[in-house]
Ligand binder design. Structure first.
Ligand SMILES: [Zn+2]
Length: 250
């Protein structure tokens, strides 16, 4: 019995040591971490300020919802101070060691959060496009529209998490010119670019969603009190800021 207790104690010690080691994120990305990844994308090295490359850009897409209030994270493949701050906010949001370095823990959380098609678990390409099946006919190429929608979904995932992980309803996103005309959309609508989403009230309510969206990389937020936006909140990315939801104090 005494021997068994010793073995158990040793086991507990080993477990504690392993747990402690895993909390520091500037660790090496191991073969085990790579194998834990899914079919979407796998990071093969830890990333910190000064790093450049497509792996940085892939990271930026996934933390695009953490730019801070009234800011947008550049998706340029260069890990600068803004990317470090976004990674830190992401880590804080998920209770990780918040050092601004994307290592095994951060990647593991991102793998948890993404589907095999790279969309975040709680949103899908289908939700962001009820216009057509191939993302064609907008103001940008089909691939650009789809890529824009992906970034929007990661922003929505951040918004959703910040509001208690309750469902966020997406009633529409990308529109071709034809779909936009049919919907009576503005000729320069961001829906034509794929980065816009129209959100339902959900349990959160329109105004809370509109207010929260200001923290997640949306430069266009239109909601209650703005013409034709009393029944949804429209979020998108535009050059320059347009926030208007007068009934919400925005
Ligand atoms: Zn809209």
């Amino acid at each position: 019995m005494k021997i068994l207790m010793s073995v158990l104690a040793a086991g507990l010690l080993a477990l504690t040591a392993a747990t402690t080691a895993a909390t520091a994120d500037p660790g090496q990305v191991t073969t085990q971490d790579v194998h834990a990844a899914d079919a979407c994308y796998t990071w093969s090295r830890s990333l910190s300020q000064g790093a450049t490359g497509d792996d940085v850009r892939q990271l930026q897409i996934r933390v695009a919802g953490y730019p801070g209030y009234n800011a947008v994270l550049g998706l340029d493949g260069e890990f600068g101070p803004a990317t470090k701050a976004a990674v830190t906010r992401f880590q804080q949001a998920y209770g990780l060691s918040a050092d601004g370095i994307a290592g095994p823990q951060t990647f593991a959380k991102l793998y948890d959060l993404q589907d095999n098609d790279c969309t975040p678990v709680n949103f899908s390409y289908d939700e962001l496009n009820n216009c057509n099946s191939d993302w064609s006919g907008g103001r940008v190429s089909a691939s650009a529209a789809k890529a824009n929608a992906l970034v929007t979904m990661w922003k929505l995932q951040a918004l959703r998490h910040a509001m208690g992980d309750r469902p966020v309803t997406v009633n529409g996103g990308f529109r071709s010119v034809t779909c936009n005309n049919n919907a009576g959309g503005a000729t320069n609508s961001r829906h034509l670019y794929g980065d816009a989403a129209d959100l339902g009230a959900g349990a959160q309510g329109f105004c809370n969603i509109a207010r929260q969206a200001r923290n997640h990389g949306f430069t266009e937020i239109l909601g209650p009190g703005y013409p034709d936006h009393n029944d949804h909140v429209h979020v998108a990315l535009r050059s320059g800021q347009l926030w208007s939801a007068p009934n919400c104090g925005i």
